[in-house]
Design a protein around this ligand. Structure first.
Ligand code: GP9
Ligand code: MN
Length: 415
C-alpha cells in the first residue's frame, strides 16, 4: 500500500517554502521555454581563454536575467536524462542506472502534465533518435504532448558534427516548430554540440582551444562558445517573432562536461589544484531565468536542479503546496542554502561535504566533521525518501487531484 508515503509527505510539507509575493504569478499565462545546455559548467561564465570571452552572449544575457551562480547539477549515471528527471519532477534521479530506463512506467506528477492541465501545449525538441535514453516512453509518463525528434528535423552531413545536428541548425529549424505551436506552450530544447568529445570543424570555432595535455579540455572551449552563439541567434529569432516578451526563458547546464580524469588540465586552466572540494564546486552549472519585464539580478543562494520545478510553477502562478517534491522555490525568502548531489555530497551556505570530509567553503580547508553534521542526516533522508518514491512507484497512491490520472494523459506524438 502507500503507507510509506505518510512519512515522506510529512517531510515534504515541513519543508515547503512560501513563494515570494512579488514573483508568484509574475509570468502567469506566459510561454515557458527551457534550454538544456549540454555539458555546460558554470566555470566558463565570465571567463576568458587567451583574452577571448568564452560565453559572450550568456555573459550579457545574465545581466538581463536572474542568474544563479551557486546552482549545482544533481545527475548520476543517467546524465542528460537525469537532469530532465530533476527538472520535471523535483525528485532525485537514482544512485545507479538511469531512471528514464528503469522506471519509465511509474506514476509521476511532472511539470508537463501539470502545465498541460493549465492549458499549455507541452513539447520537447531534440534532434536525436526518439528512443535515446528511452525518451519516447518516459515523455509519455511525464505527460508531454509532442516530441520533436530527429524525424522532425532535416539532418544532413553538412549540418551535423559529433553526436548529431549542430546547435545553430537545430535552433534554426526549431523556430518553425515553435511558431506553429498553440500558445501558451512549454517547450524544452536539448542542445547537443557541446558533448564529449567536443569535436567541431575549424570553420565553426570562434575561439582558441586550450593548450594542456588534455585534448578533451582543450576542445571544450570552442564548442561551449559555439552553443553560446547558437543561443544568441535563437534569442534574436525569438525577439523577431515576437515570442521573447511572451515567454519565460530558462537556460541551464545539464551536468559536468569535464570529468575528474582531467583534473590536472583543469587545474592548469583555473590556476589552482583540483581537490575534492574544488571538484565539488565544479559541479555548478549555469542557471539563467529570464522573466519578461523584470530586471537582471544575480542570486547566490545554494541551489540545484531539484529546485527548478517549484520555481517555474510559482512564476507561472501555479501552486505547488500539495505536490510531493524535494525542491524549493529559488525566489522564496525561506529557501535554505542547501543542495544534495546524487553521490551524497552536499553544499550549504558555509560548507561543502564530499567523500566523508567537511570543507569550509570560503577557504576550501578541511574542518571538523561536526560542522557538517547537522546537514548530513537531511541529505541522506532526502535521497532515501526520493528513492523510495521511485522504487515503490509511490505516487500511484497519491491522489491530490483527480485530473492527474495517468489514463487521461495524452499519448506523446512523434512522427
Ligand atoms: C543525447 C543527449 C546526450 O540525446 O541528450 O546525452 P548525455 O550523454 O549527455 O546523457
Ligand atoms: Mn548531457
Amino acid at each position: 500500500d502507500g503507507s510509506e508515503l505518510a512519512d515522506i509527505e510529512n517531510y515534504v510539507r515541513a519543508n515547503y517554502k512560501t513563494p515570494n509575493d512579488e514573483l508568484f504569478g509574475a509570468a502567469k499565462g506566459k510561454n515557458l521555454i527551457v534550454v538544456s545546455m549540454e555539458s555546460t559548467q558554470n566555470f566558463v561564465i565570465n571567463q576568458r581563454i587567451n583574452g577571448q570571452e568564452i560565453t559572450p552572449f550568456l555573459n550579457k544575457f545574465i545581466k538581463e536575467s536572474y542568474y544563479f551562480d551557486n546552482f549545482y547539477h544533481q545527475t548520476g549515471q543517467g546524465k542528460t536524462s537525469d537532469s530532465e528527471f530533476l527538472l520535471e519532477n523535483s525528485l532525485y534521479p537514482l544512485g545507479r542506472g538511469a531512471v528514464f530506463f528503469t522506471h519509465s512506467q511509474n506514476e509521476y506528477k511532472a511539470l508537463p502534465e501539470i502545465l498541460g492541465g493549465q492549458g499549455y501545449f507541452t513539447s520537447v525538441l531534440h534532434a536525436n533518435n526518439k528512443s535515446f535514453w528511452n525518451r519516447d516512453i518516459m515523455y509519455k509518463s511525464l505527460g508531454y504532448q509532442r516530441f520533436y525528434d530527429i524525424n522532425d528535423f532535416n539532418v544532413t552531413e553538412e549540418n551535423s558534427v559529433n553526436w548529431g545536428m549542430k546547435d545553430k541548425d537545430f535552433f534554426d529549424q526549431s523556430l518553425q516548430h515553435l511558431t506553429e505551436m498553440p500558445q501558451p506552450f512549454y517547450a524544452k530544447f536539448i542542445t547537443l554540440t557541446n558533448h564529449f568529445p567536443f569535436t567541431l570543424a575549424e570553420e565553426d570555432r570562434s575561439i582558441d582551444e586550450f593548450t594542456s595535455d588534455s585534448k578533451t579540455l582543450n576542445r571544450y572551449f570552442p564548442t561551449v562558445r559555439y552553443t553560446d552563439e547558437a543561443l544568441e541567434h535563437f534569442i534574436n529569432d525569438l525577439k523577431e517573432k515576437g515570442l521573447y516578451e511572451d515567454s519565460v526563458i530558462v537556460i541551464y547546464g545539464d551536468h559536468y562536461g569535464i570529468s575528474e580524469n582531467h583534473n590536472a588540465a583543469m587545474g592548469e586552466f583555473l590556476g589552482k589544484e583540483i581537490t575534492p572540494f574544488e571538484s565539488t564546486q565544479l559541479q555548478r552549472v549555469p542557471l539563467i531565468v529570464h522573466v519578461p519585464g523584470q530586471e537582471g539580478k544575480t542570486i547566490s543562494k545554494v541551489s540545484g536542479q531539484i529546485d527548478l520545478k517549484p520555481t517555474l510553477l510559482h512564476l507561472l502562478g501555479v501552486d505547488t503546496k500539495d505536490n510531493i517534491e524535494f525542491g524549493a522555490d529559488l525566489f522564496s525568502d525561506e529557501k535554505m542554502d542547501f543542495t544534495v548531489l546524487r553521490d551524497g555530497s552536499f553544499i550549504t551556505k558555509d560548507y561543502v561535504y564530499t567523500r566523508d570530509t567537511c570543507y569550509e567553503k570560503t577557504t576550501g580547508e578541511q574542518v571538523e566533521d561536526v560542522a557538517c553534521e547537522p546537514y548530513l542526516e537531511k541529505a541522506k533522508q532526502e535521497l532515501e525518501y526520493s528513492d523510495k518514491i521511485i522504487y515503490g512507484d509511490l505516487l500511484r497512491f497519491y491522489d491530490n487531484d483527480t485530473s492527474n490520472d495517468k489514463k487521461k494523459s495524452p499519448a506523446v506524438i512523434t512522427k
